[in-house]
Every structure is written in structure tokens, then in C-alpha cells.
Design a protein around this ligand. Structure first.
Ligand code: NAD
Length: 256
């Protein structure tokens, strides 16, 4: 069909975690044979300069997907940046149009991390239909879209957050538990139902520089029926789903 996917990744500033994420994305493009362009901008880049780069990429034929690595520096309005990306090139699926489509279930793109979680569940032969699903975390990037995807798969979904009372009582009921909190080892084995599927989205760097998830793996694995590790697990799936969204974007942009 002559479709050539191309991904533009923009990073502003020198946040070390963001640098690692962007490097992983570039590497994945190389491995998949997807053309990519990286724009590493100085932390002092103005909002106008960033918006004008996005506009240029919106119109660039060789680019089917645009990703701005978040967070951006404080002087840049994140919402304005997300809204400037052509929704058909919005491979992170953060644009309000794509967020709305996720609500209706009629979507082109799904945010990469929740999409990766769903793929892990599917590939492991786990049927979500009718299951008690508990998502801990309600961010726009992970928790909320994750809950919608589980709902679209006919799960009975509870969203927990920082103001939830009796969290353990909720997590204990979960057949499928997704942790996206950002607190190291927050979910412990005693909060998990015997045999539950436990998916750990968290990526937390400890003082000793080691990475750990939101789930205390040692105690959780004794109770869980299936559990994802950190590192590994959801992280690589996120990058894989970005590649999928980039290919999808190329198809969508070709046909419109
Ligand atoms: P966030 O900080 O935006 O959201 C955290 C959520 O946790 C909030 O909704 C908050 O209500 C909830 N929370 C905080 N304290 C709580 C408590 N005591 N009890 C219950 N809920 C509580 O974070 P995020 O962007 O959603 O990311 C969550 C984690 O996932 C982080 O560790 C992040 O690094 C990681 N992450 C991983 C990937 C990946 O590719 N694996 C992608 C995105 C984020």
C-alpha cells in the first residue's frame, strides 16, 4: 500500500527519566524499521517555538505520529501543546478528541500504557468479561483510560484514588487489579485476593537507583494468580503500543 510510518518525538529539557523513555522509543523505532525524528529542545524553548514545531510536523507528510514527551517545563502550558497536535497524528491519544473517543469506545488510538495492559491481559488468555476490576489511580494518562478499556471489555470497574476510603477492602475484591499510583511497594500481598491478576504500572526510582513498581512483588506474588514485574511487564508494552499507534496513524493519515 506504500504506507511508511514515521514518528516525531519531541523532548524539551533534560529530565533524566524522560531522556531514558525517549531513547527507548527511538530504539524501538529502529528495531521495527519505523522512520523516526527526534527533536531535543533546550529547556528554555518558548511555548510559541514548540507550537510552531508541532504545526510544522502536523503538515509534514513523512511524519504520521507526533509525541511530545511529558512533562514539559513549567513555563509551557501542557494542555495547549496536546491540543495543538493533529488528533490523527496523536499517537499518545492525549488530545481531547481522542480522549472523547475512548469514552465512546469508537477510538483510533488508545494511550500506550493502558493499551499495553490490555494486550498483556489478552495475550495471557484472561477474559475480562464480568470480572471485578480495580484500578488504583485516576490520572488522565493511565488510570482513567485504563478503567474505560476494562469497561469496554465488560469488566465491572472500580476506580480508586488518593481520597478513596478503605482501599484494602476495594483491592481485596479485585479479580484484576491495576496499580498506577506512583508510590513504591504501595500494594502489598495482604491487599490482594487469592488468585488475582495483578498488573503493576508503577515505575519508581528508589534512593539506591533501583527501579521498583507500585506493588510489593515479594508479598504479592505469593497471593496473585498472575503478576507483572517491574522492570519489564508494562514498561516494554507501552513502547510496543506506541509502535502500533504509529503504524495505525500512518494508515489513518494515508486514507484521509
Ligand atoms: P499520577 O501521579 O498522575 O497519578 C497517581 C494516581 O494515584 C492519582 O490519580 C492519585 O489519586 C492516586 N493515588 C495517590 N496516592 C494514593 C493513595 N494513597 N491511595 C490511592 N490512590 C492514590 O501518576 P501516573 O502518571 O498515573 O503514573 C502512575 C505510575 O505509573 C507512576 O509510577 C509512573 O511512573 C508510572 N507510569 C508507568 C508507565 C509505563 O510505561 N509503565 C507509563 C506511565 C506512568
Amino acid at each position: 500500500m506504500g504506507i511508511k510510518p514515521g514518528l516525531a518525538v519531541i523532548i524539551v529539557g533534560d529530565d533524566p527519566a524522560s531522556q531514558v523513555y525517549v531513547r527507548n522509543k527511538e530504539r524501538a523505532c529502529e528495531e521495527c524499521g519505523i522512520y523516526s525524528e527526534k527533536y531535543a529542545l533546550d529547556a528554555s524553548t518558548t511555548q510559541e517555538e514548540l507550537l510552531s514545531l508541532i504545526e510544522e510536523l502536523n503538515n509534514k507528510k513523512s511524519i504520521s505520529g507526533i509525541l511530545v514527551q511529558l512533562p514539559v517545563p513549567d513555563h509551557i502550558d501542557e494542555e495547549k501543546i496536546i491540543e495543538a497536535i493533529n488528533p490523527r497524528k496523536d499517537v499518545d491519544a492525549f488530545h481531547p478528541i481522542n480522549v472523547g473517543k475512548i469514552m465512546t469506545g469508537n477510538y483510533d488510538f488508545v494511550p500506550c500504557t493502558p493499551a499495553g495492559v490490555m494486550e498483556l491481559i489478552k495475550e495471557s488468555g484472561i477474559d475480562v468479561c464480568g470480572k471485578e476490576c480495580v484500578v488504583v489511580g485516576r490520572s488522565n494518562i493511565v488510570g482513567k483510560p485504563q478503567a474505560m478499556l476494562l469497561l469496554h471489555n465488560n469488566g465491572t470497574v472500580t476506580i480508586c484514588h488518593s481520597k478513596t476510603k478503605d482501599l484494602k477492602e476495594k483491592t481485596k475484591k479485585a479479580d484484576i487489579l491495576v496499580a498506577a499510583v506512583g508510590i513504591p511497594n504501595f500494594i502489598t500481598g495482604d491487599m490482594i485476593k487469592e488468585g488475582a491478576v495483578v498488573i503493576d504500572v508503577g515505575i519508581n526510582r528508589l534512593e539506591n537507583k533501583k527501579l521498583c513498581g507500585d506493588v510489593e512483588f515479594e508479598s504479592a506474588e505469593k497471593v496473585a494468580g498472575a503478576i507483572t514485574p517491574v522492570p519489564g511487564g508494562v514498561g516494554p508494552m507501552t513502547v510496543a503500543m506506541l509502535m502500533k499507534n504509529t503504524v495505525r496513524a500512518a494508515v489513518i493519515n494515508k486514507s484521509k
